[in-house]
Design a protein around this ligand. Sequence first.
Ligand SMILES: [Zn+2]
Length: 356
Amino acid sequence: MAGLLETITELSHEFGTAEYVQGGGGNTSCKNADTLWVKPSGTTLAGLRAETFVEMDRSRLGRLFQLAVPQDKAARESLVKEVMAAAVKSGGAGRPSVEAPLHDVLGGTYVVHTHPMLVNGLTCSREAEAACRRLFPDALWVPYVDPGYTLCMDVHRRIQDYRIREGREPGLLLLENHGVFVSGQTAQEVRETYGRVMKALRGQYAAAGVAMELTLGQPGSAGAIEAIEVQLRSWLGTEAAGVVHSAPFKVAEGPLSPDHIVYSKSYSYNGPLTREGLDVFRARHGYSPRVLATPAAVFGLGASIKQAQLALELARDGALVLQLAEAFGGQRYLDGAAREFIENWEVESYRSKQMA
Ligand SMILES: [Zn+2]
């Protein structure tokens, strides 16, 4: 058991870098026949220690898939929480990742789930499914569904179908507008699968002539940037207690994945900052922007510096995904129903609170 936890801790650090995850995104687990150890919600992969993992009873966790399905979305989500809470054995800090049942269903001893930009350039694109089948014929492709209960049930069914069809366990899952799951019996198997995926995608971007680094514009003068920061603080008060900025880049014009919504909100303010523009934005979306793309700079805002940094980090990530998706027919944003589900999702608001 100590060996399992040491290995998954090592893998968590290895795949907890900026190339693979942003903020508290991604999660990892290891398992034996009876127990699943999974990353707690609200922690980062890079900061995980062996004793941080939440220990869960697999037979109790598996009950989720036998229960009758409530019609109401909120009722389904609270059912997942109840089953998960009842399955927690001991240890760890906080509650298990909402994706814990999904980790449990995968056959591998080690599961590493991340949101790499290079992968999301594909999963957030119009040609995602066809490209996935062409580049990774062994992968299990998962069309977008709401995270939490719906995702767990959907993937559970798809894995069962895959086992029957292919006669083996899936080791690679690509999730539309979300990221990747890699499952392996050994750490080496996990590393090899990731290596193969990243190498193939780099080849695709290079062949398409798409830059793998974010293209930045010329920043405005320090004085111009300072003036915008002062305006933001005076107009938005505590909502702009934290302000950070970067050289300008082209921001996404809609939500690309659940994490982009959680940390940066679905839409960014785009254009020169004016009081009227800000009022129009707030009237249209019902919230103040977390990301402002002005000609002088892109700003991340939040109630704290940490929140502002995360907003900007996800905005940069989204911008790069947008750039990369050009290799696969351009980006595909989440639709209104998918977006609203995340905006109202209590489990995720818990996570962004933890990260604040
Ligand atoms: Zn995820």
